[in-house]
Design a protein around this ligand. Structure first.
Ligand code: CMX
Length: 143
């Protein structure tokens, strides 16, 4: 089901301050940033320079009723999700439903850079909110 570990998502209160802190502390560089209104987040992808492996995703809330705002209220800043890259998110969701897992959405929604995403409920995944990410087709338009 899983092609690669895509990213680890970290909830932060202030995105710009967090980007600066990760750069000055660990030398991570920002490779992408965007706002996802539907998910209620401003987000940034960070990597070690020249590393094409798993990314660190910083997630800051846009609204008080967003998933990230609720997470910050409950836990404070910290790791909120682990994201696996998949080739076909519909097929992966079907396979996981077959195994009895609850997917949060009936149909995949839009994630970072035009990807298609869904989530496995943390109570069905060992206490980890698992995101499944099917990247946008290479050369496809970003939305
Ligand atoms: N990781 C692990 N456990 C979590 C969790 C997380 N991120 N969020 C909630 N939980 C736990 C709660 O602690 C709670 O446990 P207890 O019952 O033992 O207290 C349980 O899951 C259920 O909590 P809940 O109150 O029913 O659910 P929430 O309102 O906290 O919502 C969730 C949890 C996963 C359904 C919600 O965060 C969600 O819809 N997430 C998907 C969307 C998302 O995270 N978007 C932001 C990222 C966007 C992106 O990556 O692009």
């Amino acid at each position: 089901i899983v092609v690669a570990v895509d990213h680890v998502g970290i909830a932060v209160a202030d995105l710009d301050a967090a980007i600066e802190w990760y750069a000055s502390t660990f030398g991570l560089v920002m490779t992408h940033t965007e706002t996802n209104e539907e998910q209620g987040v401003r987000e940034a992808m960070l990597s070690a320079p020249g590393d094409a492996g798993a990314a660190v995703q910083l997630l800051a809330p846009l609204r008080d009723d967003s998933a990230i705002a609720k997470f910050l209220d409950r836990n404070g800043p910290g790791v909120q999700q682990l994201a696996y890259r998949v080739a076909d998110v519909d097929a992966s969701c079907a396979a996981l439903r077959e195994k009895g897992m609850r997917l949060l959405y009936d149909e995949p929604r839009r994630g970072t850079a035009g990807s298609r995403i869904n989530f496995v409920h943390p109570k069905d995944a060992g206490g980890v909110l698992v995101e499944l990410v099917e990247p946008a087709a290479a050369g496809g338009a970003e939305h």
